[in-house]
Write a protein that binds this ligand. Structure first.
Ligand code: NAD
Ligand code: ZN
Length: 245
């Protein structure tokens, strides 16, 4: 049975630890995941996040987007797992965090090197001229929000189904993955492509895979070296303690 002490030892002996997070790390901040128990897709239709649907029906898409990502996500604060990862970066153990989340909670917790594979909900981007502006500058009771430069429709600056992974986040995440000798997975199913490939690439390059999740994921049997089963807040707190003592 692998222990926190073993995981801690691997992290202490490593030269390049990269963290890779999914929606599970933010569940204890009150943000539900898309999939699984209490998943948002049990309540909402994912079509509202399809880029073609959005272009054809911006107002309808925006009504749902506002409800999920702005009325609701906007209230969330970083939890002990986000804070623990920021502390590990500050202490020099973690080099960078690649996140699939769009909630900005790693940055709110104090992490500096954060690569947002799917973008960020805090900004809006113009579908015509590309201008970015903070979502907080807009009254989202008037939908859809319009670009201050060209008056065309704004969308959240995270990727919708059917869109490409943004640059430079994609290239930086690949570089980061190739350098890692330890890859620490937190709260991710391994089902969301192409992000789900990154841990496999790390493993092929010889990285040790440490995984935190409340239940086994697609990675657990295939590539995980040490599986720490539990909630992200509890597991990261235990790991931090084991590393620092
Ligand atoms: P995911 O791959 O991110 O899976 C969520 C995983 O978290 C599951 O494996 C689940 O077992 C695990 N989990 C749940 N609660 C946990 C806890 N307390 N501690 C540790 N692990 C826990 O899949 P998804 O939810 O379908 O999300 C897909 C994509 O949608 C994400 O990658 C992201 O781009 C976006 N999304 C983002 C947010 C956010 O920004 N917080 C929330 C929902 C979805
Ligand atoms: Zn514009």
């Amino acid at each position: 049975m692998p222990t926190y002490q073993e995981a801690a030892q691997i992290i202490k002996n490593a030269s390049h630890v990269t963290v890779f997070t999914g929606a599970g790390i933010s569940v204890e901040s009150g943000i539900p995941p898309f999939r699984g128990e209490n998943g948002l897709w049990n309540t909402y239709d994912p079509i509202f996040l399809d880029i073609r649907y959005f272009h054809a029906n911006p107002r309808e898409s925006w009504q749902v987007i506002k409800e999920i990502f702005y009325d609701f996500f906007g209230q969330a604060h970083p939890n002990a797992a986000h804070l623990g990862i920021a502390q590990l970066e500050k202490d020099g153990y973690v080099k960078a965090t690649i996140t699939q989340n769009i909630d900005n909670l790693h940055q709110d917790a104090g992490s500096i090197e954060v690569y947002e594979y799917h973008g960020n909900s805090r900004n809006l981007i113009c579908t015509s001229c590309g201008q970015k502006s903070p979502a907080s500058h807009f009254d989202l009771n008037l939908l859809p929000p319009l670009c201050i430069r060209c008056s065309k429709i704004l969308k959240p600056d995270f990727i919708f189904y059917g869109e490409a992974i943004p640059e430079p986040a994609m290239s930086l995440s690949f570089q980061e993955t190739e350098q890692a000798d330890v890859f620490l997975l937190v709260g991710t199913t391994g089902e969301v492509m192409p992000a789900a490939q990154l841990p496999h690439i790390a493993k092929r390059n010889g990285a040790k895979i440490i995984e935190i999740n409340i239940e086994p994921s697609l990675y657990t049997q295939q590539i995980t070296d040490i599986f720490l089963q539990g909630k992200a807040t509890v597991a990261i707190t235990n790991l931090l303690e084991a590393i620092e003592n």
